[in-house]
Design a protein around this ligand. Sequence first.
Ligand code: GLY
Ligand code: MN
Ligand code: MN
Length: 444
Amino acid sequence: MKPYSSRRAALLSQMQSLGGGIAILATSQEMTRNSDCYFPFRHDSYFYYLSGFMEPEAVLVLIAGKTNQSILFCREKNPEREIWDGFRFGPDAARSEFGFDAAYPIESLETLLAGWLTDAAAIFHTQGHSCQLDSHLQHSLQAVRDKARSGARTPPLTYDLHCLLNEMRLFKDAGEIALMQRAASISAVAHQRAMYIARAGMHEYELEAELLHEFRRQGAQAPAYNAIVAAGANACVLHYGANNARIDDGDLILIDAGCEFDSYAADITRTFPANGKFSAPQQAMYELVLAAQSAALQHAIVGTRYIDGHNAAVRVLTQGMLDHGLLDKNQVGSLDDAISSNAFRQFYMHGTGHWIGMDVHDVGNYREAQAPSDDAEKPYRLLQAGMALTIEPGIYIRPTKGVPEKFWDIGIRIEDDIIVTEQGPLNLSQDTPKTIAEIEAACK
Ligand code: GLY
Ligand code: MN
Ligand code: MN
């Protein structure tokens, strides 16, 4: 329980430096799928980050006052419900197992919260995140207001708790990096498995099944996001999710899939030939995306700006688009012209990555808090050790007049998960076949 209590202590110390107050944070709500069936429960990432507690119907309250306190509200023990739904800790066991100063039944939240909020310096709240938590807070605050004539005051200040937690979560500690490595290693094997099994005539969902099989076989709790298994032209649909088409001989197959292991995500994309051998046009485009990824990777180092990797990838890709006749020099002009006019976006229309961690698109600001002057944009922030990001350039060529037909319907993305370290980029997904030779060998 050490990382969770250390994080609570770090947050409480930040709250103290802002004058103290009460923080309140809820886990996710269970969601009905249909009828009386539920989606698998997944705890809220912020809540878990500070508590390690995985049951639904739980709220964390942190008090930064004369003394600091961490308090959990959770479901009571219930022998009848435990026969049907399984074990629940109950407040007493949760308090001792998870190292809280106190724990209470969830039903007592509003009453106890009203007491702590009375005359508190500030509320630290995840504003607009959960209607249910907002409602609890509203009832507790109303209970304080009801005592206004006795002198009770509601907190005069509200801070957005997410702002503090986003910055904490952006920097991964050694334990988190180990979990992300495990998620990436399992996902790497799953990609290899799909490459090995894929054949023309199969359906995309058969490969999705192989990925899910490998995730669960190795103890990952779930996919970190819905897998994309896109053959042929489907690879040009960026968020393709149907995964139901037949795979044809000569197709490239783009798989974007990663598992979640102990609450941490992997996010890996590879693109490989259904028949095990890249055609010449496929190979040319693949080498281009690979070169773009390699250029971006060189910028995943301490002291460069977040956007530098994207700019490097765009430069390589755009030069390739000009060289291969995807873009016509007579129409778009020079390399710099094609970049500044965004002409490249016809074939590369997304960013080159995102933060990754407990959430696949993890939290954290991408830009500095302030612009250098009123009329300037806020600069992208500098990379620092402990940040985790994906690097995922691609190229997507829809059938278009003027674009050489041999490239039509090619969609390629190559995505790895990187930790920025003082020693350079640590590629968590490096065991996933990536060069043409590695991929063709894995497909054999
Ligand atoms: N799989 C989601 C993404 O690559 O951003
Ligand atoms: Mn990604
Ligand atoms: Mn992805």
